[in-house]
Design a binder for this molecule. Sequence first.
Ligand code: AP5
Ligand code: MG
Length: 219
Amino acid sequence: MSNRPKIIILFGRSGCGKGTQATRLREEFGFDYLSSGDLLRERAKDNDFSGLKLRKVLKDGELAPSFLMFQIWSAKVEEIKNKNVLEGLIIDGSPRALAEAKLMDDVFEWYEWKDIKVFLIDISEEEAFGRLTKRRVCKDCRRIIPWVDDLKNLKKCDKCGGELETRSDDKPEAIQARLDYYKKDVQPVVDYYEKRGALIRINGEQTIEKVYEDIRKLL
Ligand code: AP5
Ligand code: MG
C-alpha cells in the first residue's frame, strides 16, 4: 500500500456487514474509523431539538437529513485530518444520498486524498432481514456478536463480559423502513459510483472471513 491515506468506503444494505468488516480492518491495519450510524446515535443523546428528533428518526429506521449528517461527519473528518499522520480511514455508512456522495467528493478533493476505494457489500433484502432480527451488540464495548456457532448461546460479551442488547432499530418495522430507504435513496448512490467505474461490488452473502478476504485483496 503506497498511497497515503487509504480511504475505504463501506456501504450497502442494513445488515450487510459494514460494522463487522470495519472491525476486522481496524484490527489488522489500525486505521481511523468513522461510522455515520455511531455519530448519529451519539448526537441523539443530546437533549436539544435535533437530538430529540434524531432519537425518533433512528428508532423508526428513517434516514437523517443530509445537511445534519454532513455537519457532524465533516467536523469529525476535519479532526482526523489534523492528526499528525493519517494512514487510513474507514468510512462506514456514508454516503446514503446522492447529495452526500457529491459533498464527500468535495471533501476528498479539499484534503487531497486520492486513494479512495468504494466497496458495496451486496446482500439481498431477505438476508438483511434475517440477520438484523438476530443481531446482538455488547452494551459496553459495542462488539457485534456474530450469529454463528457457539456465539449464538452467549449470554455476556465474550470480549469484555458486558451485557448484550438489541439495537432499537432492529425491530421488524424499523428494519423494513431501512430496507425501503435503501431502494429510494441509496440505490442512486450505487448508480453514481457505478457510472464512474468506481464501485467495487463484494458478495456479502459469504462467510465473514471470505467477505473480508475479498475486500482485503482489493485494498
Ligand atoms: P447504521 O448504524 O449504519 O445502520 P445500518 O446501515 O442499518 O447498518 P447496520 O449497522 O444495521 O448493519 P451493518 O451493515 O453494520 O452490519 P453488521 O456488521 O452489524 O445506521 C443507523 C441509522 O443511522 C440509519 O438507519 C439511518 O437512520 C442513520 N444514518 C446512518 N448513516 C446515515 C447517512 N449517511 N445519512 C443519513 N442517515 C444515516 O452485521 C449485521 C449482522 O449480520 C450481525 O449480527 C453480524 O454478526 C452478521 N453478519 C455480518 N456479516 C455476516 C456474514 N458475512 N454472514 C453472516 N452474518 C453476518
Ligand atoms: Mg453497522
